[in-house]
Design a protein around this ligand. Structure first.
Ligand SMILES: Cc1cc2nc3c(=O)[nH]c(=O)nc-3n(C[C@H](O)[C@H](O)[C@H](O)COP(=O)(O)OP(=O)(O)OC[C@H]3O[C@@H](n4cnc5c(N)ncnc54)[C@H](O)[C@@H]3O)c2cc1C
Length: 380
């Protein structure tokens, strides 16, 4: 039996953190979730933009959809489906070859598995889980330091601004940057968790590749009727790897046609090599938006001028997906345990980087972290 005064902090409201927080709360643990961003979702966020005419434009500019094969994940997905939080995206998907400038129909080639999307945006599941009973969510709060208080046998969390965020019996960190030395090279600050407290875990987190990507959000007044698919991967392009019609997903407004394009990793690396790792300037984002759009236009698809166009940089994206026609082995640093775990300090580190670099992997990892903490807290 866990006393519901047992407090655990979850750092991050991406899908791994949200699932973990919800599972902990369902087991009687009182959870406080901290998220740097203004809203939930992490790489499953939905972006709100405003067109020149004042119309609201929503884009899933991170993960466009996810698959579910693991039994536990499927169980959750069915629950979310029943609540109207997710639905299947039943559109035709293809692949465009930049050499032949032709489409291939993936469905005909048998490369199809169910694609789920959040309703009305990819962040819907995270949003719902972050507001479940027993989960107190604090958005716009960055955890700057995780201090282990040996005498009290507790964690103390401190905000980036030095604010005391409270003391907790356990902590779940859902971003590898929490202990990664790479964090320092990007931000100039030490990572929130002192590496000396968790040397074994830190070593594992050091080797995770970081794959950048630019996403281009574009909106058109009229449908792009020359494109026979609502999502397609792009082969043999140095610039673009993926395109999907966001407004074709269930539960979206169709008052404009909205597309999201993803750059290749190599293109993003070239831009970062020229401009640095810091937040990209407006000038850089404008140049990237123009280059990604030009690549789409040069594919012979008769693309009209968009009414809105804006680029966003993602810093950590996964390898390619089987679903998109490429089957690379997934990065996995905790294949067995599904999360990194320090039982004595009741610290779990979870996220897609532990299992597989996709939404499903992140969910599996969040479930595992909640289960480790629940077990150990029930023995206290
Ligand atoms: C462009 C793109 C395309 C993708 N395509 C697909 C796809 O087709 N299918 C698929 O399954 N997956 C896809 N993915 C991957 C998928 O989005 C991720 O695997 C998954 O969302 C990761 O979830 P997570 O919880 O592990 O991490 P995240 O979503 O990154 O969550 C970590 C959270 O922690 C927060 N945080 C970090 N540090 C702190 C701190 N100090 N204090 C407070 N909060 C903090 C961050 O703000 C973030 O919200 C894609 C991702 C991107 C970016």
């Amino acid at each position: 039996m866990i006393m519901n005064s047992t407090k655990v902090a979850v750092v991050g409201s991406g899908i791994s953190g949200a699932v973990c927080a919800s599972n902990l709360a369902r087991n009687g643990v009182s959870v406080t979730l901290f998220e740097s961003a203004r809203g939930p979702g992490g790489r499953m966020s939905q972006r709100r933009e405003v067109a020149e005419d004042g119309k609201e434009l929503l884009f899933d500019h991170g993960a466009p959809f996810f698959n579910a094969n693991n039994t536990e994940v499927l169980g959750l997905v069915r629950e979310w489906e029943a609540k109207g939080l997710v639905a299947c995206w039943r559109e035709k998907f293809g692949c465009f070859d930049r050499v032949s400038n032709k489409f291939v129909d993936l469905e005909q080639e048998g490369l199809i598995s169910k694609r789920y999307v959040g309703i009305p945006g990819m962040n819907s599941v995270c949003r719902a889980l972050c507001h479940e009973p027993g989960v107190e969510s604090k958005f716009g709060v960055s955890v700057g330091r995780l201090e282990w208080l040996e005498d009290e046998n507790l964690w103390s969390l401190i905000g980036l601004d030095g604010q005391n965020l409270g003391q907790f019996k356990g902590v779940v960190a859902t971003d590898k940057n929490v202990v990664s030395p790479r964090f320092t090279s990007v931000t100039g600050r030490p990572p929130p968790l002192d590496l000396n407290l968790v040397t074994e875990l830190a070593v594992k987190l050091n080797d995770i590749p970081v794959r950048p990507c630019f996403a281009l959000m574009i909106a058109f007044a009229e449908p792009l009727s020359s494109i026979p698919f609502k999502g397609f991967s792009i082969k043999n392009s140095e610039v673009l790897s993926w395109a999907h019609c966001d407004s074709s997903k269930p539960g979206r407004s169709t008052s404009s046609e909205r597309w999201v394009l993803h750059s290749t990793m190599e293109y993003a690396q070239t831009i970062i090599a020229q401009t640095g790792l810091q937040k990209p300037s407006n000038a850089t984002l404008t140049k990237v938006a123009e280059e990604l759009f030009q690549e789409l236009q040069s594919m012979g698809l008769n693309i009209s001028q968009p009414l809105f166009k804006k680029a966003h940089r993602w810093y950590a994206i996964p390898l390619d997906f089987v679903d998109r026609g490429a089957a690379f082995p997934a990065t996995s640093i905790a294949r067995e345990e599904k999360c990194l775990w320090d039982k004595n300090k009741r610290l779990a580190i979870c996220g897609d980087f532990c299992v597989s670099p996709d939404v499903e992997g992140a969910i599996v990892s969040g479930i595992a972290a909640a289960s480790k903490l629940t077990d150990v807290l029930s023995c206290l």
